[in-house]
Design a protein around this ligand. Structure first.
Ligand code: BTN
Length: 352
């Protein structure tokens, strides 16, 4: 992480944009901005110039004022935080051009005392991590890689609920864009069986209490087929491929933070059943035959439910229900043998 610095935070530019975004159609005068933000007209002008240099299109009309006509596709604080409607999530925010891993940076910030709801985002990661210590790839500036710091009052055994809740939050945000998505246990957000988003939750815990948890979220937003490495092309998809149009990353990040804060709020207020209902409604594995790979062990069975701690309940081949807390799940379909007579148990199992 050495040498990586977050984008400079410009509170005046952020306030100017926030104010202009409150009136997207109308113009706001420089005098009004100067009065409400308690800065000089010259300061307003300097920041307008800086915002324009960063790619923000600010229309200016003499004797009338300014209005925003286009925001740049950038994760800089002013472009993400202006118009953000969360209570706390993302109010404390650091974004980087390039970073090792947003999860590492967020954990370091947590140790320095960052408040719950702090967010770290990056245009690119050089050491992005996935579940089970795999590396994680996202095409630069066409994706969202961000991590959120949580300080939940949960026993460590309930950590998986944070991951499930995060998948629900992302799925709701995608639903707001008009896309119906599925969730593969525990936390892959999928469209037509292809992965749109992965979530990695890491935590620092004492015996009976979580000190903090960091939820890292990687979303394929505007990547095209060629942006994915060849081995991922038939397994990954982007939001823009699913929607047939490009998606504005800063505004989708705002939407995701709003939905994530809402769903995690259900957990905090003891309504995890509401979150689990939303999760079950989107599950792509419940009720299906699955294969679960856990290191050297492979378990086959029918995925029946998730329990109150977020573990997957699987009825195995001998009829016993196993509680699964980690592993890679594949949905199977039973393939009929090539004869017209199909006997129970003769089908071969293939991933869907
Ligand atoms: C997975 O599906 O295996 C989880 C992938 C999680 C990737 C995100 S990208 C932002 C955050 N930083 C990381 O290093 N990993 C997570």
């Amino acid at each position: 992480m050495s040498g990586e610095r977050p984008y400079r935070e410009d509170r005046v530019a952020l306030s100017i944009l926030g104010r202009l975004m409150e009136r997207p159609e109308g113009f706001t005068s420089g005098a009004d901005l100067s009065r409400t933000l308690r800065v000089s007209r010259n300061t307003v002008w300097k920041h307008v110039r800086r915002l324009r240099a960063l790619g923000c299109v600010l229309e200016g009309k003499s004797a009338t004022g300014y209005r925003v006509t286009r925001m740049p596709d950038s994760l800089r604080p002013e472009f993400v935080q202006a118009g953000l409607r969360t209570k706390t999530w993302g109010r404390s925010y650091r974004a980087y051009e390039t970073l090792g891993s947003t999860n590492d940076a967020c954990q370091a910030w947590a140790r320095e005392g960052a408040p719950a709801g702090s967010v770290v985002a990056a245009e690119a990661q050089t050491q992005g991590r996935g579940r089970l210590n795999r590396s994680w790839f996202l095409p630069k500036s066409k994706s969202l890689a961000f991590s959120i710091l949580l300080r939940p009052k949960l026993p460590p055994g309930e950590l998986p609920l944070l991951t499930l809740a995060s998948a629900v939050g992302v799925a709701l945000a995608m639903g707001d864009e008009g896309l119906s998505v599925g969730i593969k246990w525990p936390n892959d957000v999928e469209w037509k069986g292809r992965k749109l988003c992965g979530i990695l939750t890491e935590a620092q815990a004492d015996l009976d209490r979580l000190q903090y948890a960091v939820v890292g979220i990687g979303i394929n937003v505007n990547a095209g087929t060629k942006d994915f490495p060849p081995d991922l092309r038939d397994r990954a998809a982007s939001l823009s491929q699913a929607l047939g149009q490009s998606v504005d990353r800063p505004s989708f990040l705002r939407k995701a933070l709003e939905r994530l804060e809402e769903v995690h709020g259900w957990l905090e207020s003891g309504r995890s059943d509401r979150m689990l209902t939303e999760w079950r409604a989107r599950s792509t594995v419940l009720g299906h035959q699955v294969r679960i790979r856990q290191g050297d062990r492979t378990l086959y069975g029918q995925a029946q439910d998730v329990d109150a701690q977020g573990a997957l309940l699987v009825r195995n081949d001998v009829g016993m229900v196993e509680r699964v807390t980690a592993g890679d799940v594949d949905r199977l379909r039973l393939e009929a043998p090539r004869t017209s007579i199909r006997r129970a148990g003769t089908g071969r199992r293939r991933p869907v």
